[in-house]
Design a protein around this ligand. Sequence first.
Ligand SMILES: [Zn+2]
Length: 375
Amino acid sequence: MEAVVKLLSDLVAIPSMNPMGRGRIGKEYSEQSIAEFLAGVMRKASIDAELQQVSPGRPNVIGVISVGARETLMLEAHLDTVFADSMLIDPFDPIVRDGKLYGRGSCDAKGSVAAFLQAVVNSLKAAKNMRYNVVLLFVSDEEYRFSGAQYAVRHGLKADVGIVGEPTQLRIVRAHKGVTRWKILTNGIAAHSAYPDRGKNAIYAMAKVIDRLEQHADALRIGPAHPLLGPPSLSVSVIEGGQAVNIVPDHCWIEIDRRTLPGETAQSVLESVHALLSNLEGCEIQEPHLSVSGMEVADHAPIVQNLAQAVRSVCGEAIVEAAHYATDAGIYNSFGVPTVVFGPGNIAQAHTESEYIELQQLHQATTIIERFLTS
Ligand SMILES: [Zn+2]
């Protein structure tokens, strides 16, 4: 078995599911084992590696290679995966069949972890001159709160340019939307529902809030659009309220998902919502519990052009595009590190019941990163 396939098999065989805030515990719901394994692989290749405890049992792993180059490249991908409950294949027994490797995380995003690390190991082994110093950063908790990446930028991450590995089918994503999520609460007064006048109905109050948010969502849809990403969007996605059908509800809450354009911030989004709801009584707008910025790297930026050249040298052509999903790249770009998204595998297979990656793309991604590093 070739080295990168062996490495990916080893990674898939170590469960690292994100508990997604649902109280699941145990080492299969932790990045600890996979981070320790990767640190071991790095040290064997004489790469300085250390774990960064983001929260108990949820580390990032960082490897640093200094070659005295002028610039430092960050190669980043996430260690965590979504749950494997409903999978039709054995999620942690990686099987290779018909040129594909099956298993949870094979495509999202352990394929990128394997390709990035193997490319660096190969470059070091071949003793070729590297154009960049490299920071290998494999983070925890991308699927839920993006906290691994946020921790890394707050704790001394140093890089000049970056590539975030996600299954883009070897396309270079140079722009994507961001996401901000928060809750709105309405409070009422409980009463027996035979005497509704004695209470105050929190669900009726919420109905007014939702009506305004729907109008706001419509306005966003036909408002200013980004040339690659289109307009921003808003969705009221969860609602809960009341205790029982014979009680006037004294509480109701909704959860909102707002997709932002590059340049919009959580603060600017929340300010417009405050203005929108300012004259409605009894509603409380919470602070966002998740916010990742959108990002855009210029088409002519060296990270885009040099990576495109490496992709062309392997695949014949290079596709540069925009995506609608949010990634860690939003965090690094906000931090001032021009970072694109690029990796093997197809996002259509991410999170699916028989997740797989095409091995040809895994090999190509490894060669592309190696050429990007060394030519
Ligand atoms: Zn991913």
